[in-house]
Design a protein around this ligand. Sequence first.
Ligand code: SF4
Length: 503
Amino acid sequence: MSSPVTAAMLYDLIACPHRVAMDLFGDPGKRDPADPFVELLWKRGVLYEHQIMEGLRIPFLDLSSYSGDEKERQTLEAMHRGEPLIYSGRIQADGLLGEPDLLRKEGDGYSAGDIKSGAGMEGSGDLSKPKKHYAVQLALYMDILERKGMSVRRTGFIWDINGQEVVYDLAELYGRRNPRTLWQDYQEYLAEAQAVVTRRSETRAAFSSVCKLCHWYTACLSQLTAADDLTLIPELGRARRDAMIGSVATVRDFAASDPAQFLAGSKTIFPGIGSPMLEKLHARARLIAIGKDARPYFREPVALPTANLELFFDIEVDPFRDVCYLHGFVERHGGSNETERFVFFFAEEPTAEAEREAFADAWRYIQNSQPCTIYYYSKYERTIYRKLREKYPDVCSVEELEAMFDPAHAVDLYFDVVLKATEWPTPDFSIKTLAGYLGFAWRDVHPSGAASIEWFHRWIETGDPAIRQRILDYNEDDCRATRVLRDALSGLPVMTGSGNSSV
Ligand code: SF4
């Protein structure tokens, strides 16, 4: 008998269908230990749920001490009695199993909800929309209730980190331009999950950013490498791989092919892949297929500013506490690495006062360093600085902040240089991957932004100076990696479409 489809499965399925299959049928011996950041996420979720329930001023039936069949029996009985609010129940029907945090009596039936330590919607203002991975879980609960004749309408709810109830109307159309509903999405994901649990469909690993925190990372990466999978080409991804795989299966085959064979008029034969994208992916395949002698290059020349003083800048943010806790800079004078110095501004506590002080100090340092060129990697630094400025408007004005990020002397090496104009023989363009490719090694054995957040949490809990130093070393190495990349970019050749090169 196959496993029931659970809400957690649907949540995972949205990130990666292969993870659902691996969790069910993969060799447990090949599983990586749980990533500490993932554990932190889980712990914070549980903690937040407890806080909410402990602070609730309305009566509720608590079934959290029960498990398995007994929990299910208690839940059913409670619903038949008409309990107004049930915490931590368990419901099941037709191969679907749900453990909603909340079941609330509404009219003649029940509505289901979850307590989440994240925002109830994604995006902000008019652009905010329901989170699909929350919606599918709520839809599964509502589906079970409907099959049991205990639902009145297809609506669930989230109690979110901001203390708000966010209603998910699963039957509502996305909009006039997109006349679909979350319920339709759910049914498609459910069908996919059912095919996975009953082994009617085979899933494939696909390299993506979510892999790095996944407990199957080592197993999948080795399988993808052995298979020379197309997702090892940057930006190709699962959907494009699945569109292409019937015609070309490996990086080497793709590299050896003539992309013209995949064209039909001005379009490609692959749904969702335009002709310019196919050309770009093909060039990447050719570069990767060269192997160890492959060298990165510029597709088009990009002039980088020059200045006597350069600042290589990186910040660390705790999204759970909504605190920017570290502003790190490696400064260099006259292009000489001998002059390098790490300067940092650290919020010693996760408080608004400490965050403001670190921001104000970093801002003063940047102002005192003018004129200089600032290098950072991704729009994140600018986005967070804009948020910090809004939070602490006494530190600097909008005009001053925008002037600081003027591209004439502040360069986002990721979006404005690497992504826009270069090619690398690597599976992605993260700073870790590119600096690692260039021979740079982080002092930490597990360097990542997610790990830094987890260390920050432990530093707050323990005050251990070794953890604080680990955070600083990691940030310093990120800044230095940005410098390594900046210097390497100066030496890359420019390869035009015709294959001509110039430096
Ligand atoms: S490592 Fe990546 S492909 Fe493999 S199961 Fe995890 S998310 Fe999916």
